[in-house]
Design a protein around this ligand. Structure first.
Ligand code: SF4
Ligand code: SF4
Length: 352
């Protein structure tokens, strides 16, 4: 497998600086076109500022290291990224899981399995009887012998596996994720199927994530899911449960791609033209809290990557207090158009 690109950090790109990214999004640099402010547009549609509902999902980004370096990655992950959550922060997360009604712990990265404490942490969450979801990039399963038993590890703990597969052919997948990624992803999906993932009656859930290759919005989720199911079953005898369609967010490496390819303004305009007020109430910041590798709290993974912390006096998982955090207002910015375009987009796919 070859890397599709290198991290913005490694390239010493201006976009490695989140202030620079926010300046681009707010037309304060690069002579960008100024687009209507997301906060003002939702207000014009009679939507109040976004407030959290009850906390259902605790999303933990346990590190930025990844065996891949996809072109669209909003985390700017890659093999060169060494940031990892330490045990002390993991213990704070476990304390929160114990003392709240959080329904799902969503573990993400990077490739979270590369964290040396990943299995310890997953076991601790499992011991607390909380549903767990792992965002697995598939290729990690076949990357090295030491990861080959991950499907069984997941299955033994009933972990919900969610994996990116932007298309069902190598041309599109490899273009975005690196040469050889499609072939390795297919091998990993077969290993997951072999232990029961995606197979009816096992209760082992394997969902795939589709995101467009290029500066496009995703098509209708139900039709794409049927198409993926038909193609993967016919060509490779692979089964999965559901397809989540996700809009590429105009941040980090996808923002870099948009600028480099001359598509930035067209893409932002597409998101704004497709603004769907009905999607606002279902955006994932309404039921999710995102925690970074260093324990800081964010309204979502995208705000985390833009270093836009929660608007609360509590900023760190060690200070967690659900009632205080519940009273905050979600911090929005221009990237939020990515969540409200068309049928809307969240970690779980379409919203509206
Ligand atoms: S697999 Fe995921 S985390 Fe890793 S580089 Fe690709 S998009 Fe980023
Ligand atoms: S980007 Fe984050 S804060 Fe903005 S609408 Fe989406 S989930 Fe909410």
């Amino acid at each position: 497998m070859a890397l599709a690109t290198t991290s913005l950090k490694r390239r010493k790109s201006d976009l490695d600086d989140t202030t620079f990214q926010l300046n681009v999004l707010n037309a304060a640099t690069l002579s960008m076109v100024e687009f209507p402010k997301f906060s003002e547009l939702i207000e014009r549609h009679g939507k109040p500022p976004i407030k959290p509902k009850s906390l259902e999902i605790l999303q933990l980004n346990i590190g930025k290291m990844c065996n891949q370096a996809c072109k669209h990655c909003h985390v700017d992950a890659g093999p060169d990224r060494k940031e990892m959550m330490d045990r002390e922060t993991m213990m704070h997360c476990l304390n929160v899981i114990e003392k709240t009604q959080v329904q799902v712990v969503d573990i993400t990265g990077g490739a979270p399995e590369m964290h040396p404490d990943f299995r310890w942490f997953a076991n601790e969450i499992h011991a607390r009887n909380t549903k767990m979801l792992v965002r697995c990039n598939l290729t990690i399963i076949v990357a090295n012998k030491k990861y080959n038993d991950l499907p069984q590890f997941y299955a033994d703990r009933g972990i919900h596996v969610v994996s990116s597969l932007p298309f069902y052919d190598s041309k599109n997948v490899d273009r975005q994720r690196g040469d050889g990624v499609f072939e390795e992803s297919i091998a990993a999906l077969k290993m997951l199927n072999a232990v029961g993932y995606g197979m009816s009656g096992t209760g082992l859930i394997l969902d795939l994530v589709y995101n467009p290759v290029g500066a496009l919005l995703p098509g209708p989720q139900a039709a794409l899911e049927a198409e993926f199911k038909r193609a993967l079953s016919k060509k490779f005898e692979i089964e999965f449960n559901a397809l989540h369609c996700i809009t590429n967010m105009p941040i980090s490496r996808f923002l870099d791609f948009l600028i480099e390819s001359g598509n930035y303004e067209r893409y932002m305009q597409k998101l704004i033209d497709a603004f769907n007020p009905a999607a606002v109430s279902g955006v994932m910041c309404t039921n999710t809290l995102s925690v970074s590798y260093d324990g800081k709290l964010y309204d979502c993974d995208f705000n985390q990557m833009l270093e836009l912390p929660v608007a609360s006096k509590l900023k760190h998982i060690s200070e967690f207090d659900e009632s205080v955090l519940h009273n905050r207002t979600v911090v929005v910015n221009q990237h939020c158009y990515g969540c409200t375009a068309g049928a809307g987009s969240s970690c779980g796919g379409q919203i509206a």
